[in-house]
Design a protein around this ligand. Sequence first.
Ligand SMILES: NC(=O)c1ccc[n+]([C@@H]2O[C@H](COP(=O)([O-])OP(=O)(O)OC[C@H]3O[C@@H](n4cnc5c(N)ncnc54)[C@H](O)[C@@H]3O)[C@@H](O)[C@H]2O)c1
Length: 413
Amino acid sequence: MIKVGIIGAGHRGRQTYGTLMKKFGCQISGVCDTDPIKLAVAREEYNLDNEYLFENKEDFFKKLDKEQFCNALIIATPDKDHYETVMKALDYDLDILLEKPICQTKEEAINISKKAAGSKNVLMMCYVLRYAPFYRNLKEILDSGEIGDIMSIVHNENIGYYHFAHSFVRGNWGNEKRSSPLILQKSCHDMDILLYLTGSRPKSINSYGSLSYFKEARQPKGAADRCLDCKFKETCIYSAPKFYGNLPLSGWRLVVTEDKTELGLEKALREGPFGRCVWKCDNDVCDHQAISIDFENDISAVFNLSAFSNEIHRNIKIQGTKGEIIGDDLDGEIEVNLFGSDKKTIYKKVKVNGSHGGGDEELIKAFIAAIKGDKEAVKTGAQESIMSHLMCFASEVSRKENIRVNIKDYIEK
Ligand SMILES: NC(=O)c1ccc[n+]([C@@H]2O[C@H](COP(=O)([O-])OP(=O)(O)OC[C@H]3O[C@@H](n4cnc5c(N)ncnc54)[C@H](O)[C@@H]3O)[C@@H](O)[C@H]2O)c1
């Protein structure tokens, strides 16, 4: 029996991974969260005795010193906590699933990779996209050689205006000091996907972008600082009562408050972060950013990250010497056009379960397979995941210092 501990029992740790681990026959045997409400929910959901509920990770690990109550661990705390927790967890006999971003600096990335290299256990990063059928299909087409050698890639991450407002303005990831730069928290996934598709490493990176829209200077005249008091609350596209009031009682609605009543929601919007005007928060992360990457195998890639889209999706164009590929993970379709022929192949969306295009579920299946001994199931181990983080750190150097960053020099320095 795989016995799982969870540190950080929120949206990802409990609602997503905990639920999936349980669905695939694992037992959730211990939960650590600083929020007593989350612990109370976990107690019910996993039928846990109080001795396996921990308000801090020190107590979690102390208990583990006395009793091996779990053999697998999910780390899904806020971004800034991952490094310290995983470095501690690597001292134990645990197979670990670690949320991204795995760390905050170049030095930390290298330390994790060194420590993990000496471990016999599984350390797997939650780069869910690598496990999603859409990206696996893209990779298969590229590897088949159908479009020849890849020359250029244009990749867009369209965050979705309402997702951006929820997570990156009002929510946990709006402020760099509390979380991390947008490119790291949101798009280390995309750097990883570019590494995966190109099969190469970056030579140099250039980036620019800023926070231009979600700031006080853009607040409409006469708007209130809280949506519930605002005269625009019926018409504003970012109106919190309209948005959260219409959500089902799961996911983001429970991020606002675990209280499922209308009164509970009103209280949370009156007092909590999610009821604030989007132009009057403490957010400072970019709302749009672009990166250009020159790969060692001469592929040039452009990545565009933007809050300003109607839907949450990624779309990609890959241009090869013999043909081109156009794909969108929203409808899951991949179109392949070969030059000099009328041949157009359209790969239709494959049926997937759950979020991230089925990536969450496939990731958990791979984690379980790896725990059972199939180490090949891990496509996102520490060594694979370090470069994507380094690309994000280098992008921030480029954006802030207005320079092109040579990756080899950057790593060596
Ligand atoms: N892989 C992906 O696609 C993906 C998607 C979304 C979020 N994430 C990442 O997952 C992580 C968790 O995000 P989330 O959406 O679940 O956030 P969340 O706020 O819903 O959950 C985090 C939980 O950690 C708890 N916590 C905070 N500090 C703690 C500490 N020191 N010890 C123990 N518990 C602590 C909080 O109370 C909360 O319950 C973040 O790092 C985020 O960037 C990854």
